[in-house]
Ligand binder design. Structure first.
Ligand SMILES: *Cc1c(COP(=O)(O)O)cnc(C)c1O
Length: 431
């Protein structure tokens, strides 16, 4: 499979090159040149397939012959070694829990898949030069990337996080693993971390010394495997024979865009719903037709505090840049922090279900949509509520117990390098 840059000013590349580069030289996002529908027989027989077989069928055209079937299946078996439960909480409302992986956020699947692909290519090529994955995080991305890449040969991971702006659990997930993972605590906010990463990618002084790549959802190997979730949910809910809609709490729009890719492959999804916090660029666009990016504002669903969603361009490409087509396939709603807390309390009181702030937004958006349309709705629960303990309603937080994945890291020592400017980062990386 070949990939082209959505800025249309760079050469087409292979899967491997797209994964290693992250972003095209013209700063465009990579996008597959072809998307072929899966055969009807796949959807007819999906109940008889296990998760690895489903994932393999979904992703194989995007990898092509660059990773042979047995190796790709081995990678997928390793990546998907936890559950993706569909929890039905009301007649037409189900939660798709994507937080049963090692760092308890949905980003585990993409990060683990990307890590194993890079590891595979390194082994094949016997590359002399290690790849350095450089990533800025406001919380969840860093943990998933650190865990996903831990111990992968030939790959070093450097994570930048804003001092005092991530929760204690998230900080431990970034700083306690060691081995090939290095964490930098940046005196500043998330945008400062992001700026340092961008500067490093443009910095000529790294040429020939370190080969840098990104592990944000702009990387196709992190973005594409997220489509598996939608197939897994379909497999469970297919027998209901109802129109299926997905509500996705969104920040950079990688996850929902992967769902739209699943739809392009023929998965019968009737409609998508995006739920956001106060960072409502996309719901506002759907309402007004004006796409206006903004600086992000801080909320209690902080993994979605994004003012300029990086994957939205891929969503537009999937809808042939037609506003009308997009509007027919996507609805959007945004909610305040107090509405989010109300929804968390409501889910607990009415259904005895504990949602995190992101999942709660997905739930509200789904409810608002189902007020107008009849369908089977699924909202994506993107992180375990324990990761957002400090902002959860106190009565619910007090009742929550710490899952074993989290317990295991609580006693480990945090190791990080404190920096306050780009030159310090650069010096460390070039040493
Ligand atoms: C990253 C993240 C999101 C947003 O996902 P996008 O793919 O960026 O839209 C939502 N919820 C949680 C918990 C996340 O970590």
């Amino acid at each position: 499979m070949k990939y082209f840059s959505l800025n249309h000013n760079a050469p087409d590349v292979s899967f491997q090159e797209a994964v290693v580069r992250g972003l095209a030289p013209d700063k465009g996002l990579y996008f597959p040149k072809e998307i072929n529908k899966l055969p009807d027989s796949f959807f007819n027989d999906i109940e008889s397939l296990d998760n690895v077989s489903i994932a393999y069928e979904a992703i194989k055209q995007f990898v092509g012959d660059e990773i042979p079937e047995t190796d790709l299946k081995a990678i997928l078996t390793d990546v998907l070694n936890f559950d993706f439960p569909v929890v039905e909480i009301d007649d037409n409302i189900a939660s798709l829990e994507l937080y049963h992986g090692p760092t308890m956020a949905f980003k585990d699947v993409g990060a683990r898949f990307m890590a194993r692909c890079l590891g595979y290519f390194n082994k094949q090529n016997n590359t002399k030069q290690d790849v350095t994955v450089l990533v800025a995080t406001s919380g969840d991305t860093g943990g998933a990337v650190a865990s996903g890449f831990l111990g992968v040969d030939g790959v070093e991971v450097v994570i930048l996080y804003p001092s005092g702006k991530v929760s204690d659990i998230q900080e431990r997930q970034l700083t306690t693993l060691g081995q090939n993972i290095t964490a930098f605590e940046v005196e500043g906010v998330f945008d400062d971390c992001q700026d340092m990463v961008k500067r490093a990618f443009l910095d000529e002084d790294f040429k020939g010394k370190r080969s840098l790549t990104s592990a944000n959802s702009i990387n196709i190997a992190r973005w594409l495997p997220q489509m598996f979730y939608y197939f897994f949910a379909y497999k469970v809910l297919k027998h209901k024979n109802e129109k299926l809609v997905f509500s996705v709490p969104s920040g950079n729009y990688g996850n929902i865009c992967a769902g739209m890719m699943a739809q392009k492959l023929g998965l019968p999804i009737e409609h998508f719903i995006t739920g956001t916090n106060a960072n409502a660029v996309v719901p506002e666009y759907l309402e007004t037709g004006n796409y206006t990016t903004k600086s992000s504002v801080q909320t209690i669903s902080n993994a979605m505090d994004v003012g300029a969603p990086s994957n939205f361009i891929r969503i537009e490409e999937l809808h042939h840049h037609s506003f009308e087509k997009l509007k027919a396939n996507l609805s959007g709603y945004s909610y305040s922090d107090s509405e989010t807390l109300d929804a968390i309390n409501h889910l607990k009181e009415k259904y005895n279900y504990v949602a995190d702030p992101h999942g709660a937004i997905g739930y509200m958006a789904l409810k608002d949509y189902l007020n107008k349309k009849i369908a089977q709705g699924v909202f994506l629960e993107t992180a375990h509520p324990i990761k957002f303990l400090p902002v959860m309603p106190k009565a619910i937080a007090d009742e929550m117990s710490i899952p074993p994945q989290i317990e295991a890291i609580l006693h480990l020592e945090k190791k990080r390098i404190l920096i306050s400017n780009y030159e310090q980062l650069k010096q460390q990386l070039l040493n």
